[in-house]
Write a protein that binds this ligand. Structure first.
Ligand SMILES: CC(C)(COP(=O)(O)OP(=O)(O)OC[C@H]1O[C@@H](n2cnc3c(N)ncnc32)[C@H](O)[C@@H]1OP(=O)(O)O)[C@@H](O)C(=O)NCCC(=O)NCCS
Length: 179
Protein backbone atom coordinates (compact mmCIF):
# COMPACT_ATOMS: atom_id res chain seq x y z
CA UNK A 1 0.00 0.00 0.00
CA UNK A 2 2.84 2.42 -0.63
CA UNK A 3 1.72 3.82 -3.98
CA UNK A 4 0.57 7.47 -3.89
CA UNK A 5 -1.54 6.63 -6.98
CA UNK A 6 -4.16 4.79 -4.91
CA UNK A 7 -4.70 7.55 -2.32
CA UNK A 8 -8.45 8.05 -1.72
CA UNK A 9 -9.62 11.68 -1.80
CA UNK A 10 -11.52 11.27 1.48
CA UNK A 11 -10.99 9.20 4.63
CA UNK A 12 -13.01 8.47 7.74
CA UNK A 13 -11.95 9.45 11.27
CA UNK A 14 -12.11 5.75 12.26
CA UNK A 15 -9.42 4.92 9.69
CA UNK A 16 -7.01 7.29 11.51
CA UNK A 17 -7.64 6.09 15.08
CA UNK A 18 -4.43 5.05 16.82
CA UNK A 19 -3.44 3.85 20.28
CA UNK A 20 -0.26 3.32 22.30
CA UNK A 21 0.30 1.97 25.81
CA UNK A 22 3.48 2.49 27.86
CA UNK A 23 4.51 1.41 31.36
CA UNK A 24 6.06 4.27 33.34
CA UNK A 25 9.60 3.31 34.39
CA UNK A 26 12.05 5.16 36.71
CA UNK A 27 13.77 6.82 33.74
CA UNK A 28 10.46 8.47 32.78
CA UNK A 29 9.90 10.14 36.17
CA UNK A 30 10.99 13.14 38.24
CA UNK A 31 12.34 13.03 41.81
CA UNK A 32 8.77 12.66 43.18
CA UNK A 33 8.17 9.53 41.09
CA UNK A 34 5.77 11.34 38.73
CA UNK A 35 5.92 11.08 34.94
CA UNK A 36 7.95 13.99 33.45
CA UNK A 37 5.81 16.44 31.44
CA UNK A 38 8.32 16.36 28.56
CA UNK A 39 8.18 12.57 28.39
CA UNK A 40 4.38 12.69 28.26
CA UNK A 41 4.62 15.30 25.45
CA UNK A 42 6.88 12.88 23.55
CA UNK A 43 4.29 10.07 23.91
CA UNK A 44 1.58 12.53 22.76
CA UNK A 45 3.64 13.59 19.72
CA UNK A 46 4.31 9.96 18.71
CA UNK A 47 0.68 8.84 19.12
CA UNK A 48 -0.55 11.95 17.30
CA UNK A 49 1.84 11.25 14.43
CA UNK A 50 0.43 7.71 14.09
CA UNK A 51 -3.05 9.12 13.31
CA UNK A 52 -1.55 11.69 10.91
CA UNK A 53 0.45 8.97 9.08
CA UNK A 54 -2.71 6.86 8.75
CA UNK A 55 -4.52 9.82 7.22
CA UNK A 56 -1.78 11.22 4.97
CA UNK A 57 0.03 7.96 4.10
CA UNK A 58 3.21 9.99 3.64
CA UNK A 59 5.80 11.56 5.97
CA UNK A 60 4.49 14.08 8.48
CA UNK A 61 6.18 16.75 10.63
CA UNK A 62 4.80 18.33 13.79
CA UNK A 63 3.98 21.98 13.06
CA UNK A 64 2.38 22.79 16.41
CA UNK A 65 1.31 21.30 19.69
CA UNK A 66 -1.24 23.45 21.44
CA UNK A 67 -3.70 23.36 24.25
CA UNK A 68 -2.17 20.65 26.41
CA UNK A 69 -3.82 20.11 29.77
CA UNK A 70 -1.96 18.08 32.42
CA UNK A 71 -4.97 17.20 34.56
CA UNK A 72 -3.32 14.99 37.18
CA UNK A 73 0.08 13.35 37.74
CA UNK A 74 0.97 9.89 36.41
CA UNK A 75 2.86 7.69 38.87
CA UNK A 76 5.84 5.38 38.46
CA UNK A 77 4.51 1.91 37.49
CA UNK A 78 1.26 3.20 35.97
CA UNK A 79 0.17 2.08 32.50
CA UNK A 80 -0.41 5.06 30.23
CA UNK A 81 -2.73 4.66 27.26
CA UNK A 82 -2.93 7.34 24.56
CA UNK A 83 -5.59 7.45 21.84
CA UNK A 84 -5.47 9.73 18.80
CA UNK A 85 -7.46 10.52 15.68
CA UNK A 86 -7.52 13.23 13.03
CA UNK A 87 -10.10 15.92 13.90
CA UNK A 88 -9.92 17.79 10.60
CA UNK A 89 -7.83 17.81 7.43
CA UNK A 90 -7.05 21.16 5.81
CA UNK A 91 -4.95 21.46 2.62
CA UNK A 92 -1.51 20.16 3.65
CA UNK A 93 -2.07 20.04 7.39
CA UNK A 94 -4.20 18.04 9.80
CA UNK A 95 -5.33 18.67 13.37
CA UNK A 96 -5.02 15.59 15.57
CA UNK A 97 -6.53 15.17 19.04
CA UNK A 98 -4.81 12.99 21.64
CA UNK A 99 -6.36 11.84 24.91
CA UNK A 100 -4.33 10.16 27.67
CA UNK A 101 -5.41 7.84 30.52
CA UNK A 102 -3.36 6.35 33.37
CA UNK A 103 -4.13 2.98 34.95
CA UNK A 104 -2.98 2.04 38.43
CA UNK A 105 -1.83 -1.54 37.95
CA UNK A 106 -2.61 -2.57 41.56
CA UNK A 107 -6.15 -1.16 41.85
CA UNK A 108 -7.12 -1.07 38.15
CA UNK A 109 -8.37 2.53 38.59
CA UNK A 110 -8.24 4.43 35.29
CA UNK A 111 -8.20 8.22 35.09
CA UNK A 112 -8.04 10.80 32.30
CA UNK A 113 -4.73 12.60 32.82
CA UNK A 114 -4.13 14.77 29.75
CA UNK A 115 -5.45 15.95 26.38
CA UNK A 116 -3.77 17.80 23.55
CA UNK A 117 -4.23 19.07 20.00
CA UNK A 118 -1.43 18.91 17.46
CA UNK A 119 -1.03 20.04 13.87
CA UNK A 120 0.96 17.87 11.47
CA UNK A 121 2.01 18.84 7.95
CA UNK A 122 2.37 16.18 5.24
CA UNK A 123 5.67 16.19 3.34
CA UNK A 124 7.37 13.92 0.84
CA UNK A 125 10.80 12.30 1.33
CA UNK A 126 12.46 15.59 0.24
CA UNK A 127 10.48 17.64 2.76
CA UNK A 128 8.17 19.16 0.11
CA UNK A 129 4.65 19.79 1.42
CA UNK A 130 1.92 17.45 0.14
CA UNK A 131 -1.86 17.80 -0.01
CA UNK A 132 -3.78 15.41 2.23
CA UNK A 133 -7.10 13.61 1.65
CA UNK A 134 -10.16 15.31 3.15
CA UNK A 135 -11.70 13.89 6.32
CA UNK A 136 -15.32 12.80 6.61
CA UNK A 137 -16.67 13.10 10.17
CA UNK A 138 -19.51 10.60 10.71
CA UNK A 139 -20.65 10.52 14.35
CA UNK A 140 -21.99 13.52 16.33
CA UNK A 141 -18.72 13.63 18.36
CA UNK A 142 -16.61 13.56 15.18
CA UNK A 143 -18.72 16.37 13.67
CA UNK A 144 -18.30 18.47 16.85
CA UNK A 145 -14.50 17.91 16.87
CA UNK A 146 -14.37 18.75 13.13
CA UNK A 147 -16.12 22.09 13.74
CA UNK A 148 -14.03 22.87 16.85
CA UNK A 149 -10.81 22.18 14.87
CA UNK A 150 -11.71 24.94 12.40
CA UNK A 151 -12.26 27.40 15.27
CA UNK A 152 -8.89 26.43 16.80
CA UNK A 153 -7.16 26.93 13.44
CA UNK A 154 -8.69 30.43 13.16
CA UNK A 155 -7.55 31.15 16.73
CA UNK A 156 -3.99 29.94 15.90
CA UNK A 157 -3.91 32.17 12.82
CA UNK A 158 -5.05 35.20 14.85
CA UNK A 159 -2.39 34.43 17.50
CA UNK A 160 0.36 34.13 14.85
CA UNK A 161 -0.67 37.47 13.32
CA UNK A 162 -0.75 39.08 16.80
CA UNK A 163 2.75 37.77 17.66
CA UNK A 164 4.12 38.98 14.30
CA UNK A 165 2.66 42.44 14.93
CA UNK A 166 4.07 42.54 18.49
CA UNK A 167 7.51 41.63 17.12
CA UNK A 168 7.33 44.46 14.55
CA UNK A 169 6.31 46.97 17.24
CA UNK A 170 9.20 45.83 19.50
CA UNK A 171 11.67 46.11 16.59
CA UNK A 172 10.36 49.61 15.69
CA UNK A 173 10.66 50.76 19.32
CA UNK A 174 14.23 49.38 19.53
CA UNK A 175 15.12 51.21 16.29
CA UNK A 176 13.60 54.43 17.71
CA UNK A 177 15.74 54.13 20.88
CA UNK A 178 18.90 53.64 18.79
CA UNK A 179 18.13 56.64 16.56
C1 LIG B 1 5.67 22.90 9.51
C2 LIG B 1 6.35 23.56 8.31
C3 LIG B 1 6.54 22.51 7.19
C4 LIG B 1 5.44 24.70 7.80
O1 LIG B 1 6.15 25.41 6.83
P1 LIG B 1 5.65 26.88 6.37
O2 LIG B 1 6.46 27.30 5.22
O3 LIG B 1 5.52 27.76 7.55
O4 LIG B 1 4.19 26.49 5.89
P2 LIG B 1 3.05 27.36 5.26
O5 LIG B 1 2.93 28.69 5.93
O6 LIG B 1 3.15 27.32 3.77
O7 LIG B 1 1.80 26.48 5.70
C5 LIG B 1 1.67 25.12 5.27
C6 LIG B 1 0.62 24.45 6.11
O8 LIG B 1 1.10 24.27 7.45
C7 LIG B 1 0.25 24.92 8.37
N1 LIG B 1 1.09 25.49 9.42
C8 LIG B 1 2.29 26.10 9.28
N2 LIG B 1 2.76 26.51 10.47
C9 LIG B 1 1.83 26.15 11.37
C10 LIG B 1 1.71 26.31 12.79
N3 LIG B 1 2.66 26.91 13.49
N4 LIG B 1 0.61 25.83 13.40
C11 LIG B 1 -0.35 25.22 12.70
N5 LIG B 1 -0.32 25.03 11.36
C12 LIG B 1 0.76 25.50 10.72
C13 LIG B 1 -0.48 25.99 7.58
O9 LIG B 1 -1.71 26.34 8.17
C14 LIG B 1 -0.65 25.30 6.24
O10 LIG B 1 -1.73 24.39 6.34
P3 LIG B 1 -2.72 24.09 5.08
O11 LIG B 1 -1.84 23.81 3.88
O12 LIG B 1 -3.46 22.87 5.50
O13 LIG B 1 -3.55 25.31 4.92
C15 LIG B 1 7.74 24.18 8.67
O14 LIG B 1 7.53 25.25 9.59
C16 LIG B 1 8.66 23.15 9.31
O15 LIG B 1 9.28 22.35 8.61
N6 LIG B 1 8.78 23.19 10.64
C17 LIG B 1 9.63 22.24 11.36
C18 LIG B 1 8.88 20.93 11.57
C19 LIG B 1 9.59 20.05 12.54
O16 LIG B 1 10.78 19.84 12.43
N7 LIG B 1 8.85 19.55 13.52
C20 LIG B 1 9.42 18.81 14.59
C21 LIG B 1 9.51 19.71 15.78
S1 LIG B 1 11.13 19.86 16.40
Amino acid sequence: MSSQGIQPSIRTVASTQSEMTEIILPNDTNTLGNLLGGRLMHFIDVTGAMAAYRHARTHVVTAAMDHIDFIQPVRLGDLVTLKSSVNRAFTRSMEVGVKVWAENTRTGAVSHVASAYLVFVAVDEHGRMQTVPQLKPETPDEIRRHEDALRRRQHRERETARRKEAKLVTAALADGEKG
